[in-house]
Design a protein around this ligand. Structure first.
Ligand code: ADP
Length: 180
């Protein structure tokens, strides 16, 4: 059994629904696993079924959702786990608050134009939002505030998944979180 020297970091994927957060974070997880790193995943959809169950989609509830995810991410990060968070996290201020608290924080802006996300409509949610069945849907009738200075930006409408994954690994190496 080989023990890897590793530093904890929170890898925070933010972006519109359907931008590719889950897809990229799963591919990153798979690669970390194959290299023997210790990591944990906090996926927005899953977190909302347990840790933040009962919270809705008002700004207040969205911020509380992110604050709780950030709390857990912090606990893990300071124990040298690589934490992968995948959550729309539409508000800049709370993302920056969490960043400040955790310190070892790498923000990945998963960016594709709304039209692209909507045409993918992975979960059929855009269709429902357009039909008025879902109110306050990010990108439709609720804001998304893009990061101003993300460590990484993945343009998933223009780059292959492998390219996005490589960007993440390159940056983590550059910042000293993974050995090169
Ligand atoms: P999110 O987690 O941001 O809501 P998902 O990962 O669930 O988004 O869905 C993104 C969709 O976009 C998937 O169907 C995925 O296959 C597709 N896709 C196309 N190109 C890319 C890419 N370069 N990176 C990530 N996802 C991509």
């Amino acid at each position: 059994m080989q023990f890897m020297e590793q530093r904890g970091v929170t890898l925070w994927f933010t972006g519109l629904s359907g931008a590719g957060k889950t897809t990229i974070s799963e591919a990153v997880s798979e690669k970390l696993r194959s290299q023997g790193y210790k990591f944990e995943v906090l996926d927005g959809d899953i977190v909302r079924q347990n840790l933040t169950k009962g919270l809705g989609f008002s700004k207040e509830d969205r911020d509380e959702n992110i604050r709780r995810i950030g709390f857990v991410a912090h606990l893990l990060t300071r124990n040298d786990v690589i934490v992968i968070v995948s959550a729309i996290s539409p508000y800049r201020e709370i993302r920056d608050e969490v960043r400040g608290r955790i310190g070892d924080f790498v923000e990945v802006f998963v960016n594709a134009p709304l039209e692209v996300c909507e045409s993918r409509d992975v979960k059929g949610l855009y269709k429902r939002a357009r039909a008025g069945e879902i109110k306050g849907f990010t990108g439709i009738d609720d804001p998304y505030e893009p990061p101003l200075n993300p460590e990484i930006e993945c343009r998933t409408d223009k780059e292959e998944l492998e390219e996005s994954v490589a960007k993440v690994f390159d940056k983590l190496k550059e910042l000293g979180y993974l050995s090169s």
